[in-house]
Write a protein that binds this ligand. Structure first.
Ligand code: HAS
Ligand code: HAS
Ligand code: CU
Length: 820
C-alpha cells in the first residue's frame, strides 16, 4: 500500500560540517523541521535531566531519615524536577517538537504560516531554559514546588523565584506565538483540496491544543507577572496585609495549569491515533467523534481548575460545580480511549515498537485516568489531597501514560526524521524497563498515599507500617527507569551507525508525511498532490483510485530565506530577561522599601547594565528583521482564506492577549466586589482619561485609514497616517506617565490594594501601547525604506489589528478604573 512518489534521492553530503556551522544553521533556519528537531532535542535532554533529579529524590526517600537532600536542598531539587519535566519535556515535545516537524508535512505544505516567527519562538523557548540554568548559578533554584504558591514565593529565595517567573513569561510568549502560528497554518495553508474535516487527526490535535493554549496561558502569565511584580516592586493583588487574597494566585495558576495537562495530553493522543490507524492498517474508528471529543476536552477543561483547590476553602457550591465538570471531562477523554481501542480492534496489527508503546499507554492511562476521576470526588480528595496518592495519579497519567505516547511518536517517526530504524529488540528492552519500572516506582505510591504519606516532605519516620518497604520498592523502580532511559539513548545513538534504509513510507502510513523522502528534503515534497481528499487517509484513497502525485522540479520551489534577526531578537529578550531577573530593582523589602542602587552588588549592577543594553539590541534586530523580506525573490502567496498569514497569526494571538487582560481584570473586579480593593480618596483624573480615550480612538481611525491608503497604493498618505498614529500614541504615553508619576507620589501603592491593581493593569496596558507602537513603527520603517508596495504590505495589517485591540482594552480600563 504505497503511492510511489517521484523521490528526489536525498544525498547526504559526505563532507562533515563543523559544529559551528551546524549551530549557525540552526540559529538562522526557518525550516520547520529543524525547528522541530530543536524542540525535540531539548525535550529529550530535559527528560534526562529531570529524571536524574527524580533519582536524587528517590535516593533520599529510599529509606527513612536519609540525609542526602535535606530541607531546602530537597525542595529545590523537587521544584526543578517538576518544572523541567513539564516545561522542557512533556509540554514542548508533543506540541512543538513533533508539531513543528510534522504539521506542515501532514498538511502537504512547505512550511508553517510564519516561518520566521517560528525561529523566534523556538529561540525564546531555549532562552527561557538558559535563563533557568543561569539562575542556578546566581541565586540558586527556587524551593517552593512547581506551583510557586503565594506567599511561599515571597519569603523564599527571591532571586531564584524572579528568574523563574521571567523564564515562565518568555517561555509562555514563545509558546503563544507558536500556537498562533499553528492555528494560522491550519486555517490558511493546507494542501489544495484538503478540507478541515480531512485533516489528519494529529493536525486536529495540534489545532485544538493551540486554541487551548491561547485561551488559558494568560492564567500562568498573570500568576508569574504578579509574583514578579510583588518581589520587585511590592505591587500585589495577593498580599493579605493590604486586603489582598492569596488564594487568587491559585485561581490564576490553575486556570492555566489544569488545561496544561490537556496541552500535554492532546497532541500525544493525536500521535496515538496515527499510530493505531497505521499499525492496525485501518481507518480511525470514529474520526469525527474523535475530533468532537478533542474539542469538547478543550472547552470543558477550561472550567475544571478548581479541583486542584477543593481543600483550600472555596464555597461548597463552587466545589460541587467543579466536581461535576471534572467528571464530565472524563467522558470525552474516555471516548478517545475507546476510539483508540476500536481502531486497533480486529486490525491486522503490525506489532512493532510504536504499537507496544500505544498499547502500554492505553493500559496505564486507564488506571491513571480513573484515579484522576477518584480525585475529582470532593470527599475522597479531602482525604488524599497533598498525599502520595496524588503523586501516583499524575505520574500515572504523565510518565507511564502520556510519555509512553511520546515514545510511540519517537519510534514511529524516527525513520522519517532520520531515515533509519531503531532496533526492535533493544526497543523492547526499553519498553519493558519503562513498563515494569513505572509500575514499581509509582503503584506503591498509591498505597503510600492511602497510608497517609504526605507529598513534598524530604523524609519520613521509620515506624510507619509498610512505608519503608513501599518507598524502597519505589526507588528500585526508579533505577529500572534509569536503565530504560539509558537503553533508549543507546538505541537512538546506535541507529545512526546504520545506513539510511527506511524509505519514504516504512510503516505503510496513510498521511502525507509518508510521501516525502526520509529524512525529508528542505522543501518537503518534490511533487504536488491530487486535489481530492475523500477521507483523512489520502494515500489509501489515492492508491484505490489510481491517483498519482505530480512531480515538481525542486529548482522551481522557493523557500523563505534564512535570517539571523529572529534569533537576535530572541537573544535580546534573553538579555532583557537576564537584567530583569538579576538586576533592575533591588528586591523590595517591606521594612526598608527600595534599597538604593549604589548599595547593590557588582553582579546586580552588571545585570542592570545588561538590561539597558538589551534595548538597542532588541530594536536593532527587530527592525532588521522587519526590513528583510521573507523570500529572496518575489513569490506569489497562496492562502485558503482571504486573510494573509500575518493577519491570521495576529488574530489568533490576540485571543491570548484578551485572555490575559480578562483574567487580571476578573481578579480586580473580584477584589473590588468583595470590598477588599477600595479606591483612595484621591483618584486619577477622569478628564485626563477622557482626553486619552479621544486620542486613542482617533488613532484607531487614523491607522485604519493608513491601512486603506497603503492597500490602494497611496504610499505617502499611508506613511503619513502611520506617522500620525505614532504621534498620537506618544501623546497618550506622555499623559499616562504624567498621571502615573502624580498618582504614585500621592499615596503608596504598597499600602493600597486598589492602587496596586491600578498600576498593575493600567501599567500592563501602557506596556501594550509601547509594544503596539513598536509594531506600528515597523511598517512605517518598511514604508520609508521602500519595502512596501501595492502587493507587499509588510506588517501593516497585523500591526493595525493589534493597535485596535490595545484601544478596546483601554475603553474597558476607563470603565472599571476611572468611571467605576
Ligand atoms: Fe489529573 C491532579 C483529576 C487527567 C495531571 N493531575 C493532577 C496533577 C497533575 C495532573 C500534574 O480532581 C497534580 C498537580 C500538582 O502538583 O498538584 N486528572 C483528573 C481527572 C482527569 C485527569 C478527572 N491529570 C490528568 C491528565 C494529566 C493530569 C491527563 C496529565 C497529562 N488531577 C485530578 C484532580 C487532581 C489532579 C482532582 C487534584 C488532586 C489534588 O488533591 O491535588 C481526567 O482527565 C482523566 C480522564 C480519563 C479516564 C480514563 C479513560 C476513561 C474511560 C471512560 C470510563 C471511565 C469513567 C470513570 C467514566 C477516566 C475509559 C469511571 C470511574 C471509576 C472510578 C470506575
Ligand atoms: Fe516526578 C514529583 C519521582 C518522572 C512530574 N514529578 C513531581 C511533580 C511533578 C512531577 C509535576 O518519587 C510535583 C512537584 C511538586 O510537588 O512541586 N518523577 C519521579 C520519578 C520519575 C518522575 C522517579 N515526574 C516525572 C515526569 C514528570 C514528573 C516524567 C512530568 C512530565 N516526582 C517523583 C517523586 C515526586 C515527584 C518522588 C514527589 C516528591 C515529593 O516530595 O512530593 C521517573 O519516571 C523519571 C525517569 C527518568 C529517568 C531519567 C533517565 C536518565 C537518563 C539520562 C542519563 C544520562 C546520563 C548522562 C547519565 C530515571 C537516561 C548525563 C546527561 C545529562 C543530560 C546531564
Ligand atoms: Cu486538573
Amino acid at each position: 500500500m504505497t503511492v510511489h512518489a517521484p523521490l528526489p534521492q536525498h544525498t547526504q553530503t559526505a563532507a562533515k560540517r563543523g559544529v559551528w556551522e551546524v549551530i549557525k544553521d540552526y540559529m538562522m533556519t526557518t525550516d520547520h523541521k529543524k525547528i522541530g528537531l530543536l524542540y525535540i532535542i531539548v525535550s529529550v535532554l530535559g527528560f534526562c535531566l529531570g529524571g536524574l533529579l527524580a533519582l536524587a529524590i528517590r535516593v533520599q526517600l529510599a529509606l527513612p531519615e536519609q540525609t542526602l537532600l535535606v530541607g531546602t536542598a530537597y525542595n529545590q531539587v523537587l521544584t526543578m524536577h517538576a518544572a523541567i519535566m513539564l516545561f522542557f519535556f512533556l509540554i514542548p515535545l508533543g506540541l512543538f517538537g513533533f508539531g513543528n516537524y510534522f504539521l506542515p508535512l501532514q498538511l502537504g505544505v512547505r512550511d508553517v504560516a510564519l516561518p520566521r516567527l517560528n525561529t523566534f519562538a523556538v529561540w525564546l523557548f531555549i532562552a527561557s531554559l538558559i535563563l533557568v540554568v543561569l539562575g542556578l548559578f546566581n541565586g540558586g533554584a527556587p524551593s517552593v514546588g512547581w506551583t510557586f504558591y503565594y506567599p511561599l514565593t515571597m519569603d523564599g529565595n527571591q532571586t531564584g523565584v524572579s528568574v523563574f517567573m521571567v523564564a515562565v513569561i518568555l517561555n509562555g510568549l514563545g509558546s503563544l506565538l507558536g500556537s498562533a502560528n499553528f492555528a494560522a497554518t491550519i486555517v490558511n495553508l493546507r494542501a489544495p483540496g484538503m478540507g478541515l474535516w480531512k485533516m489528519p487527526i494529529f493536525a486536529w490535535s495540534l489545532f485544538a491544543t493551540s486554541i487551548l493554549q491561547l485561551l488559558t496561558l494568560g492564567g500562568l502569565t498573570a500568576a508569574a507577572l504578579l509574583t514578579y511584580l510583588e518581589i520587585k516592586l511590592g505591587l500585589s493583588m495577593f498580599n493579605p496585609g493590604i486586603g489582598g487574597v492569596p488564594v487568587l494566585y491559585q485561581q490564576f495558576f490553575w486556570f492555566y495549569s489544569h488545561p496544561a495537562v490537556y496541552v500535554m495530553l492532546l497532541p500525544y493522543l493525536g500521535i496515538g491515533a496515527e499510530v493505531a490507524s497505521t499499525m492496525a492498517r485501518k481507518p480511525l474508528f470514529g474520526y469525527r467523534v474523535m475530533v468532537y471529543s478533542i474539542l469538547a476536552i478543550v472547552l470543558v477543561s477550561c472550567i475544571v481548575w478548581l479541583h486542584h483547590m477543593f481543600a483550600v476553602g472555596v464555597p461548597e457550591a463552587w466545589q460541587i460545580a467543579f466536581m461535576i465538570s471534572t467528571l464530565i471531562v472524563a467522558v470525552p477523554t474516555g471516548v478517545k480511549i475507546f476510539n483508540l481501542i476500536g481502531t486497533l480492534w480486529g486490525g491486522r496489527i503490525l506489532m512493532r515498537m510504536p504499537t507496544y508503546w500505544l498499547i502500554g499507554f492505553i493500559f496505564n492511562f486507564l488506571i491513571g485516568g480513573i484515579t484522576g476521576v477518584s480525585l475529582g470526588m470532593i470527599p475522597f480528595d479531602y482525604q488524599v489531597t497533598m498525599s502520595y496518592y496524588v503523586v501516583a495519579h499524575f505520574h500515572n497519567v504523565m510518565m507511564f501514560g502520556t510519555a509512553f505516547l511520546a515514545m510511540a511518536g519517537l519510534y514511529y517517526w524516527w525513520p522519517k526524521m532520520t531515515g533509519r530504524f531503531m532496533d526492535e529488540k533493544v526497543g523492547l528492552a526499553h519498553f519493558w524497563l519503562f513498563m515494569v519500572g513505572s509500575w514499581l516506582t509509582f503503584l506503591p505510591q498509591y498505597i503510600l498515599g492511602l497510608l497517609g504519606m504526605p507529598r513534598r516532605y524530604y523524609t519520613y519516620p521509620s515506624g510507619n507500617w509498610a512505608w519503608t518497604e513501599l518507598n524502597f520498592a519505589s526507588t528500585v523502580g526508579a533505577f529500572l527507569l534509569l536503565l530504560g532511559g539509558l537503553v533508549m539513548l543507546w538505541n537512538m545513538f546506535q541507529s545512526f551507525k546504520r545506513p539510511i534504509t527506511a524509505g519514504p513510507n516504512p510503516w505503510g502510513g496513510f498521511t502525507l508525511e509518508w510521501t516525502s523522502s526520509s529524512p525529508p528534503a528542505a522543501y518537503n515534497f518534490a511533487h504536488d498532490f491530487p486535489q481530492n481528499f475523500p477521507t483523512e487517509r489520502p494515500l489509501y484513497d489515492w492508491e484505490k483510485n489510481g491517483d498519482t502525485l505530480t512531480p515538481v522540479d525542486p529548482k522551481s520551489i522557493h523557500l523563505p530565506q534564512d535570517s539571523i534577526w529572529p534569533f537576535m531578537t530572541a537573544f535580546a529578550l534573553l538579555l532583557m530577561g537576564y537584567g530583569l531577573s538579576f538586576g533592575w530593582f533591588t528586591n523590595y523589602d517591606p521594612a526598608v522599601g527600595l534599597k538604593p542602587f549604589a548599595d547593590a552588588s557588582l553582579s546586580f549592577k552588571i545585570a542592570t547594565a545588561v538590561l539597558y543594553l538589551s534595548f538597542p539590541v532588541f530594536f536593532y534586530s527587530l527592525f532588521k528583521w522587519a526590513g528583510t523580506r521573507e523570500y529572496a525573490v518575489p513569490v506569489a502567496h497562496h492562502h485558503l482564506t482571504k486573510y494573509d498569514n500575518g493577519f491570521m497569526g495576529m488574530a489568533w494571538f490576540i485571543i491570548s492577549e484578551v485572555s490575559l487582560f480578562a483574567i487580571l481584570i476578573a481578579g480586580y473586579v473580584y477584589l473590588r466586589v468583595i470590598g477588599a480593593a477600595e479606591p483612595p480618596a484621591l483618584r486619577p483624573n477622569i478628564w485626563l482619561a477622557a482626553l486619552n480615550t479621544l486620542i486613542l480612538v482617533t488613532s484607531s481611525g487614523v491607522i485604519h485609514k493608513a491601512e486603506q491608503d497603503l492597500h490602494h497604493g497611496r504610499a505617502s498618505w499611508g506613511r503619513l497616517g502611520l506617522f500620525i498614529t505614532l504621534l498620537l500614541g506618544a501623546i497618550f504615553m506622555i499623559f499616562q506617565v504624567y498621571e502615573f508619576a502624580l498618582f504614585g507620589t500621592e499615596s503608596d501603592w504598597r499600602q493600597n490594594l486598589w492602587q496596586s491593581c491600578f498600576f498593575i493593569i493600567v501599567g500592563l496596558h501602557g506596556l501594550h501601547i509601547l509594544i503596539g507602537g513598536t509594531g506600528i513603527a515597523l511598517p512605517y520603517y518598511q514604508a520609508l525604506t521602500g519595502k512596501m508596495d501595492k502587493y507587499n504590505h509588510g506588517s501593516i495589517v497585523p500591526a493595525s489589528l493589534y493597535w485596535h485591540l490595545v484601544d478596546v482594552v483601554w475603553l474597558l480600563i476607563v470603565a472599571i478604573f476611572y468611571a467605576w
